[in-house]
Ligand binder design. Structure first.
Ligand SMILES: [Zn+2]
Length: 267
């Protein structure tokens, strides 16, 4: 078997890394739309950078101590005209408020103590996987992930489960399950305690430290296992990907081949 790429901060998000390894975001992409996920891995399609992604990255740059560098590299964080020219845009002033809320909470700062942005790899359900933990603290028996979210206690919609929490809607159980298992493979022993440190975009920001129980993690790993055979076959080209016909990629590449009944539009 071919030697796998050794992952670093520089190549972690590269196409080569995504081709050789599964990641939680790649797995979620495959569940959303196989065609889009495959086109992204093959370098044929890049998803547009969303504002939410940039926002999350800004708050994460505070966590790993690179916020000044992040500001220099992303001039779009600053207003470019009018009376506020040169100032941080209102959205990012709000992000600073969220950061302040985290900094002022001793329990949060304790949960975020540890090594930052730790990369690990492992083998799971017939494929190599890569993970990147926001905060790794095996001495204290835990790892943590920082999440910015619209509202912590709001109901979110998921096509699979209906109304649920943001933790389920955004696939964070999947993330914590894979991270727990890959980390355990690297260290030996039992799963670490997992923390989702959440801060909301509301004024004033809400905050919570959330954990997922082992039974839910184990159940989620079984769920992932049941889907991996198809994903591995899709990645190797043995199976043809299905188009969802709804996502950005499918809309971009759509060719109409038949007429549909109006009841097909929803559901
Ligand atoms: Zn699609």
């Amino acid at each position: 078997m071919k030697q796998l790429l050794k992952l670093t901060d520089e190549n972690y998000f590269s196409l080569e890394a995504d081709q050789q390894y599964m990641s939680v975001s790649q797995y979620k992409n495959f569940l959303k739309c196989e065609s889009s996920a495959l086109a992204q891995i093959q370098g044929k399609y890049t998803r547009p950078k969303s504002d939410a992604l940039l926002f999350g990255s800004y708050v994460h740059s505070w966590l790993d101590g690179t916020i000044e560098k992040f500001k220099e590299e992303n001039p779009e964080l600053f207003s470019s005209k009018g009376a506020t020219k040169g100032q941080l845009k209102a959205t990012y002033q709000n992000a600073n408020e969220m950061i302040k809320v985290l900094e002022n909470d001793p329990f949060v700062m304790m949960a975020l103590q540890g090594e930052k942005e730790v990369i690990m790899t492992g083998e799971l359900f017939g494929s190599p996987w890569k993970i990147k933990m926001d905060v790794y603290n095996p001495q204290f028996g835990r790892f943590a992930d920082l999440k910015t979210v619209k509202a912590i206690r709001e109901k979110y919609w998921s096509d699979d489960i209906g109304y649920c929490s943001f933790v389920e809607a955004y696939g964070y159980i999947t993330q914590m399950a894979v991270y727990s298992e890959i980390e355990k493979q690297n260290r030996g022993g039992d799963w670490l305690e997992n923390f989702i440190v959440a801060v909301s975009k509301e004024t004033p920001p809400d905050k919570a430290i959330i954990t997922i129980d082992e039974e839910s993690l184990a159940h989620e790993l079984e769920n992932i296992e049941s889907k991996m055979e198809r994903i591995i076959a899709l990645k190797s080209g043995e199976l043809e990907p299905k188009r969802c016909e709804k996502c950005e990629y499918c809309r971009r590449t759509k060719k109409i081949t038949n007429v549909i009944h109006y009841l097909e539009l929803i559901g």
